[in-house]
Design a protein around this ligand. Structure first.
Ligand code: GDP
Ligand code: MG
Length: 440
C-alpha cells in the first residue's frame, strides 16, 4: 500500500495551492486503503470528506512535494479522528467505583475484565472485586473465578440461582463492606444484538450506576463491530471502548470505525490471550498501521519537519519587514505551547522583559494560551490579516465562537497591537526579533 500511496502522491506536482483534482486523485487511493483496512464505508466517506475540506486550497509549501502535503494532512486527520491522545480508564468517583463490561459473546469481556483488574491492582494499587453476571453460559462464572485466582484478584463468591441484577447488587454490597476501590462487572453476551440483552444491560446499569461502561469489541469482526457499537451506545450508553484481538488484526480499520461511529474513546486494546496482553491505545500507531507503515511514516515526519522549518522562514521574512498579523501571533502562541510557555520564548528577547512581566501577571499560562488561539481561530482569514476590521459586532461574533467574551477579544487585540509595534521596531534592527523567531 505504501508504495502505491507514495506513487500516486509523486504524480501530484502542482505549485501553490492543492487543487481539487490533485486531492481527489490522492483520495481515491486513500479510500481504497481504508476499505482494505476494513474501515466501515460511511466512515471512509466522512473521513475523505474531512480531508478534502482540509486539503483543497491548502498552500503547498515550496520545499515540500504536494503529495507529501496530502499525506501529512491524511495522517493528521486520521490521528485526530482516532482521538489524538490516549484516554485512561476513569476511576474518579466515590469507591467502590463500578465498571461495567458489555459486548457480544466471545468478544473478550471476561478475559478483558481479568486483564484490567490485574492492571488496576498492580499498577494503580487498587483493591478490585470482580463479579460475573453471566448466568447464561453454565461455566461463565467459574471462568472468571479461575482467572481471578490466576491474576490474584478477588471474585464475588458464586451463588446459584441469582439473576444478573441480584448478583450486581450483591457485588456492590460486598465491595462496600470489604472496602474495595473498584468493582468490575462482567456481563453476559449474545451472539448478536437482541432486545432481551439490551434490557438486561439497562437493568444492570440502573442497579449499579457504573462510572464506566466499557464496550468490548473484537477488532476482527470489522464492519459488524460498528453496528454492535452503535446499538450498545444508543441503548445502554458506553463511555469507552476496548478493542480486542488487535494482535490478529494487521489492518486497524475497526478502531477508526468504532471511534467515528460512537465518538467514544478507545481506551485499551487487547493484544493476546495472556493476562498481561492489554495495552493503552496509541492513535498514532494505529494511524501508521492503517496507512501502511514504513516509508509513509518517515514521509510524514519529513514533511512535518520541512513544513515547520519553512513556516519559521516565512515568518522571519515577514517580521523583518515589520509585518505581524494575528496569524503570526497565533503561530507564536503555538510555538510557546511547544516550548513550554511564555517565560521560555520571551525570556530570550531583548527589551521585552517588561511585557513579559505584564503577560505573566495576567496569568498567561497554557490554558490561557489555548484560549488566545481559540479566539484567533474564530476569526475569518481577512480579520486575522487586518485586525483593524474588528468592530463591535465582529468582536461579539468571535467571542461567541470561541466561548469567551468581548473583553477577552479586546485584550487579545491589544496584546497584538503591542507586539506588532515591537516587531516593527525590532524588525528594522539587524539581528533583531526576526532572527530570534525565525532562526534564519
Ligand atoms: P466473552 O464471551 O466476551 O467473555 O469472551 P472471553 O473473554 O471468554 O474470550 C473469548 C476468547 O477470546 C478467549 O479464548 C480469549 O482468550 C480470547 N481473547 C480475548 N481477548 C483476546 C485478545 O486480545 N487477543 C486474542 N488473540 N485473543 C483474545
Ligand atoms: Mg464471558
Amino acid at each position: 500500500l505504501s508504495d502505491r500511496l507514495s506513487g500516486i502522491f509523486d504524480k501530484i506536482t502542482g505549485r501553490g495551492a492543492l487543487s481539487e483534482a490533485d486531492v481527489n486523485e490522492a483520495l481515491r487511493e486513500v479510500r481504497r486503503a481504508l476499505l482494505e483496512a476494513d474501515v466501515a464505508l460511511d466512515v471512509v466517506k466522512s473521513f475523505t470528506d474531512k480531508v478534502r475540506t482540509r486539503a483543497v486550497g491548502a498552500e503547498v509549501i515550496r520545499s515540500v512535494k504536494p503529495g507529501q502535503m496530502v499525506v501529512k494532512i491524511v495522517h493528521d486527520q486520521l490521528v485526530e479522528m482516532l482521538g489524538a491522545e490516549a484516554e485512561p480508564v476513569d476511576l474518579a468517583a466515590a469507591a467502590p467505583v463500578p465498571i461495567m463490561m458489555v459486548g457480544l459473546q466471545g468478544s473478550g469481556k471476561t478475559t478483558t475484565t481479568a486483564k484490567l483488574a490485574k492492571r488496576l491492582t498492580e499498577r494503580q494499587r487498587k483493591k478490585v472485586l470482580m463479579a460475573s453476571l453471566d448466568t447464561r453460559r453454565p461455566a461463565a462464572q467459574e471462568q472468571l473465578r479461575v482467572l481471578g485466582e490466576q491474576v490474584g484478584v478477588a471474585t464475588l463468591p458464586i451463588v446459584a440461582g441469582q439473576s444478573p441484577v441480584d448478583i450486581a447488587g450483591r457485588a456492590m454490597n460486598a465491595a462496600r463492606l470489604g472496602g474495595y476501590d473498584v468493582v468490575m462487572l462482567d456481563t453476559a453476551g449474545r451472539t448478536h444484538i437482541d432486545e432481551p440483552l439490551m434490557i438486561e444491560m439497562q437493568e444492570i446499569k440502573a442497579a449499579t450506576r457504573p462510572h464506566e461502561i466499557l464496550l468490548v469489541a473484537d477488532a476482527l469482526t470489522g464492519q459488524d463491530a460498528v453496528n454492535v457499537a452503535r446499538s450498545f451506545d444508543s441503548r445502554v450508553g458506553v463511555s469507552g471502548i476496548v478493542l480486542t484481538r488487535v494482535d490478529g488484526d494487521g489492518r486497524g480499520g475497526a478502531a477508526l470505525s468504532m471511534r467515528a461511529v460512537t465518538g467514544k474513546p478507545i481506551k485499551l486494546i487487547g493484544v493476546g490471550e495472556r493476562m498481561d496482553a492489554l495495552e493503552d491505545f496509541h492513535p498514532g500507531r494505529i494511524a501508521d498501521r492503517i496507512l501502511g507503515m514504513g516509508d509513509i511514516v518517515s514521509l510524514v515526519e519529513k514533511a512535518a519537519e520541512t513544513i515547520d522549518a519553512e513556516k519559521a522562514k516565512q515568518q522571519a521574512a515577514k517580521l523583518k519587514k515589520g509585518e505581524f498579523d494575528l496569524d503570526d501571533l497565533a503561530e507564536q502562541f503555538r510555538q510557546m505551547q511547544k516550548i513550554g510557555g511564555m517565560s521560555g520564548i520571551l525570556g530570550m528577547m531583548p527589551g521585552i522583559g517588561k511585557m513579559k512581566k505584564q503577560l505573566e501577571g495576567a496569568g498567561l499560562d497554557d490554558r490561557l494560551i489555548k484560549r488566545q488561539i481559540a479566539i484567533i481561530s474564530s476569526m475569518t482569514r481577512t480579520e486575522r490579516q487586518k485586525p483593524a476590521l474588528m468592530n463591535a459586532s465582529r468582536k461579539k461574533r468571535v467571542a461567541a465562537g470561541s466561548g469567551t467574551d468581548v473583553q477577552d477579544v479586546n485584550k487579545l487585540l491589544k496584546m497584538h497591537r503591542q507586539m506588532a509595534d515591537l516587531m516593527k521596531k525590532f524588525g528594522k534592527q539587524k539581528g533583531g526579533l526576526g532572527a530570534l523567531f525565525g532562526g534564519g
